[in-house]
Design a protein around this ligand. Structure first.
Ligand SMILES: [Zn+2]
Length: 488
């Protein structure tokens, strides 16, 4: 209860309802007056992870106040008629890069997110020179209220582990940001194993989730040394080979063992390979506080894409894998062994990705995909019968809300929850083009794909921020997404 009140005082005061002039918008009928304090979403199919029903949704301020059939609008309410549309919880992407060398910031990154039906984005609070991890967190939280359109949370960066890491855990939890990310790709990872175990113990006590990038740094270094020695460093020919599945399997096994040893909540980011999934999900690991994410790229592309003339555009870490791995990611997503889907949005310009001076040891990994994660998954997943609409909601919103301490404030449509809502037209057909992506990146891996099922309206805390093909939310209207610690 306490947390709910805290969020109320944080979120409500400044929120107004966007009221547009009465006009036809697609097949919606939009009406209302300047005094509207209520938003009524009428005639849609409300989809949650645990079931769907035909119902109206009443929003007052930033809260869902009522869900049920045949709701009458209050005087002055704006009514949005959404018959034949899905009404789903706003997407939550816990893994995007909206800072540093990447070409998006909180403004353009969250613009791409809300255009794609994602209302809450998790990104990284990387310390600047001379800054402590907790100071970095405070700076990043302050930046949200200046630049973001969507709501944002941050994972801290605490490497190398030591006494300061242990001390930082309750500080992060106290700021409502109980998570941090660790790169097992670091060559010194094994050196710090003992200190890292102590950090995990402190994380468990404070309810802080540890995100793990599972590729073994020393294995990667050994393979790179071999490739360099024989002059095989071109991305198109050798990138997949440079980061073998065994590097991911070995690191995944170690991460899971450390989770078992310490009981600390752990989240494996961007898992890409069937053997890594099998290593993480065994009868012995069933009871661990372990969640697994895969990433949009690993559902649609195989390593053959890396070998084409535009191969470097598809470089991410880990690399694209085999067709069997792609099938395993779909199977895991459908059967629950994989908990959720994330973008790992890491945007670059096309020219930067195709820079001829890059090689397997010098990379610009990542792609822009906040804009298209939901529509592509709806089209390729739900419409093709690989996952249900309920599972779609679970892997794009509810599971992330549960994993990162946002539930039930977010990740579900129920009375009392925040009004983070996406209206999705399941029959709308459109072809993907990068011009339709507010990210600064100038290409998308899905260019030219015919997709059926698009977000058409995005509501963030009761405010319409995307409608009629345009982002209308203002930079600075986003807020930090405050989270609960994840305690045993
Ligand atoms: Zn990442």
């Amino acid at each position: 209860m306490k947390r709910r009140e805290a969020l109320r005082t944080m979120g409500t005061a400044a929120v107004g309802i966007a009221v547009l002039p009465t006009s036809p918008v697609g097949d919606f009928r939009v009406g209302g007056t300047q005094e509207a304090t209520e938003l009524l979403i009428r005639g849609g199919r409300v989809v949650n992870a645990d079931g769907s029903r035909d119902a109206d949704v009443r929003i007052r301020g930033d809260i869902i106040t009522q869900i049920g059939p045949g709701l009458a609008p209050a005087p002055g309410a704006r009514v949005i008629d959404v018959s034949d549309h899905l009404v789903i919880p706003g997407g939550i992407d816990p893994h995007a890069h909206l800072q540093g060398a990447f070409v998006d910031d909180l403004a353009t990154g969250t613009a791409a997110a809300v255009a794609g039906g994602i209302t809450t984005v998790g990104t990284f609070a990387n310390p600047a020179a001379g800054e402590s991890p907790v100071e970095a967190m405070d700076r990043c939280l302050a930046e949200v209220e200046r630049n973001a359109i969507g709501d944002v949370f941050f994972h801290a960066s605490l490497w190398p582990p030591g006494p300061e890491t242990t001390a930082a855990m309750p500080e992060l939890a106290g700021r409502g940001q109980p998570s941090h990310k660790v790169f097992m790709t670091r060559r010194d990872f094994a050196t710090y194993r003992g200190a890292f175990i102590e950090a995990l113990e402190a994380a468990r006590e404070a309810g802080v989730v540890t995100l793990m990038h599972c590729e073994d740094g020393q294995v990667l270094a050994a393979v790179l040394r071999r490739l360099r020695a024989s002059g095989r460093t071109a991305i198109r020919q050798h990138y997949a080979e440079s980061r073998p599945v065994v590097a991911e399997v070995l690191a995944t096994q170690e991460a899971v063992a450390l989770c078992e040893l310490t009981g600390a909540p752990m989240h494996l980011v961007h898992l890409s390979a069937e053997r890594a999934l099998d290593a993480a999900r065994t009868p012995a690991t069933r009871a661990l506080p372990l969640t697994i994410e895969t990433r949009t790229l690993y559902l649609y592309f195989t390593e053959e894409w890396l070998r084409g003339p535009l191969g470097p555009l598809y470089v991410g870490q880990p690399p694209l894998r085999s067709a069997a791995d792609v099938e395993a990611m779909w199977a895991g997503l459908a059967d629950g062994r994989i908990d959720l889907l994330a973008t790992d949005h890491a945007p670059w310009m096309r020219e930067q990705k195709l820079d001829p001076s890059l090689d397997v040891g010098r990379l610009r990994p990542g792609v822009s995909d906040l804009r298209f994660m939901l529509p592509v998954l709806y089209s390729e997943g739900v419409r093709r019968g690989r996952i249900t609409a309920e599972r779609f909601v679970e892997v794009t919103s509810t599971a992330a809300a549960r994993t990162f301490g946002l539930f039930p404030e977010r990740g579900v449509l129920r009375e009392g929850s925040l009004a983070d809502i996406t209206i999705l037209d399941p029959n709308l057909e459109r072809v993907v083009t990068a011009e339709d992506d507010p990210s600064r990146s100038d290409y998308t891996p899905f260019e030219g794909w015919p997709i059926t099922g698009w977000p058409v309206i995005t509501i963030r805390r009761g405010e319409v921020v995307y409608e009629d093909g345009r982002v209308i939310g203002e930079p600075g209207s986003g807020r930090p997404a405050t989270r609960l610690p994840r305690l045993g």
